[in-house]
Design a protein around this ligand. Structure first.
Ligand SMILES: Nc1ncnc2c1ncn2[C@@H]1O[C@H](COP(=O)(O)OP(=O)(O)OP(=O)(O)O)[C@@H](O)[C@H]1O
Ligand SMILES: [Mg+2]
Length: 344
C-alpha cells in the first residue's frame, strides 16, 4: 500500500457547499456548508447534510449556522469548527505519520476579498489543523478544473455561478486579467422564489423548499416540456398549511431578472477585455461552471446575449476543487499562482 509522508487537501469552501479533495484519493467531502450547535455552550451537534436538514426546524436552544455568506466567512468559529470536523474525519483515512505532520491545505477564494477576509480563510484552515494554508483565486482554480492550460498566453472567460457568488473572470498567462464577483447567484434565486410565491400566491415557503423548486423546475430558457412542482407552505391569510402547484414557466419569469443581471455582467466584462483576448474567448467559448450552471438553458441565454459560444464544464460543481487538486500536484504552478501579497 502506498503511504505518503505528507498529505494535501484541496478545499472549496463555498457559500452552499464545501468540497474537499484528498490528494491521491479524490473528493472525499461533499457537504452543504452548514453546522448546528447549541446556542449557549456552542457544542457542535451536526455538520453538513445533517445540519442542513435542521434548517428552519430548530428549537430555540439550537442554532443552525451557514458560516459563509456571499463567498465570505461570516462566522469564523463555525467555519473553523466545520473544517476541523472534516480534517479529523479525513485523517482517519491516512497513516499515523502524516496525521502527525498535519495536512497542507490549498483553498480557493472569490475575487474582491479584502486582506482581512482572505486572512480569515487562511486562519480558519490553520486553526482547523492545517500545517500550511495557501490561497488561490477561485476562477483560476475553476479554469484549471475545466481543463484549461492557464499558463498559456491565451484568453479564457470563466463564469462560476455558485450559491452566494457569481465569479466572472478572464484568465491568461496564469493570471486574472479582468474579473467581477457578483453577490447574485443561486441563493438570490431561492429568495426571489420565496418572495414571488408569497406575493402572487399568498403562500409562505422556506428557502430550502424554494431551492427544491429551483432545482426541479427552474430554467433560464423555454423548456421542451414544461414542468410542474407541488410545494407545501403556510397560507398567509389563514395561517394554515396549504399545497400549491407551481409551473416552470412562472418560475422562469421569477428567475429571469437574476439571470439577466448575471448575463449583463458577463457582457460588461467582455467590453472591458482587451480585443486580442476577446478573439481567443470567441474561439474557445465561455466556460460555465458552479452548480447553478446546471440550470437548463442558462448557457443558451448567456450565448445569445454575448454572441459567444458557451460550454458547461463536466461536473461543473467540482471545477474549483478539481483545479485546486491539480495545483497541489504541480508545485511550480502552485507557487506561481498562490496569493502572496500581505499573506505568509
Ligand atoms: N440542477 C441545478 N439547477 C440549478 N441550480 C442548482 C442545481 N444544482 C444546484 N444548484 C444551485 O447551485 C448553488 C450551489 O452551487 P455551488 O455548490 O457551486 O456553490 P458554492 O461553491 O457553495 O457557493 P459560492 O461559490 O457562491 O461560494 C445552490 O444555490 C444550488 O441550489
Ligand atoms: Mg463556488
Amino acid at each position: 500500500m502506498y503511504l505518503p509522508l505528507v498529505y494535501d487537501l484541496a478545499v472549496d469552501l463555498g457559500t452552499s457547499n464545501t468540497l474537499i479533495n484528498l490528494s491521491g484519493k479524490g473528493v472525499i467531502v461533499r457537504e452543504p456548508t452548514v453546522i448546528a450547535r447549541k446556542k449557549k455552550s456552542k457544542e457542535l451537534l451536526a455538520v453538513g447534510m445533517e445540519a442542513k436538514k435542521m434548517l428552519g426546524k430548530n428549537p430555540e436552544a439550537i442554532e443552525v449556522v451557514q458560516p459563509i455568506k456571499g463567498g465570505v466567512i461570516a462566522d469564523f468559529d463555525a467555519t473553523a469548527v466545520m473544517l476541523k470536523h472534516y480534517f479529523e474525519q479525513i485523517s482517519q483515512h491516512i497513516g499515523w505519520l502524516p496525521r502527525l505532520l498535519r495536512p497542507r491545505v490549498v483553498a480557493g477564494i472569490p475575487g474582491g476579498l479584502t486582506e482581512v477576509e482572505k486572512r480569515a480563510v487562511q486562519d480558519a484552515a490553520l486553526s482547523a489543523g492545517a500545517r500550511r494554508a495557501l490561497l488561490v483565486e477561485g476562477p483560476l482554480a475553476a479554469a484549471l478544473g475545466a481543463g484549461i492550460e492557464v499558463i498559456r498566453p491565451d484568453g479564457h472567460l470563466v463564469v462560476d455561478i455558485g450559491g452566494g457568488t457569481t465569479e466572472i473572470a478572464v484568465i491568461s498567462l496564469s493570471g486574472i486579467v479582468v474579473n467581477r464577483s457578483l453577490r447574485v447567484a443561486g441563493q438570490t434565486m431561492d429568495q426571489a422564489i420565496v418572495k414571488a410565491v408569497r406575493l402572487s400566491r399568498g403562500l409562505l415557503l422556506g428557502e430550502a423548499t424554494a431551492e427544491e423548486v429551483k432545482i426541479n423546475i427552474g430554467s433560464a430558457a423555454t423548456l421542451e416540456k414544461e414542468k410542474i412542482f407541488v410545494v407545501r407552505g403556510r397560507d398567509i391569510g389563514k395561517g394554515l398549511p396549504r399545497s400549491l402547484k407551481l409551473k416552470s414557466a412562472e418560475i422562469r419569469e421569477v428567475l429571469a431578472p437574476i439571470i439577466q443581471e448575471i448575463t449583463a455582467a458577463v457582457a460588461d466584462i467582455l467590453e472591458e477585455t482587451p480585443p486580442e483576448l476577446v478573439g481567443d474567448i470567441l474561439q474557445h467559448g465561455i466556460i460555465l461552471c458552479g452548480a447553478a450552471g446546471l440550470m437548463p438553458g442558462i448557457d443558451q441565454v448567456i450565448a445569445e446575449a454575448t454572441k459567444m459560444p458557451v460550454g458547461i464544464t463536466e461536473a461543473p460543481q467540482d471545477a474549483v476543487v478539481r483545479g485546486l487538486a491539480k495545483l497541489l500536484a504541480n508545485a511550480r504552478l502552485l507557487e506561481m499562482v498562490r496569493l502572496k501579497r500581505g499573506l505568509s
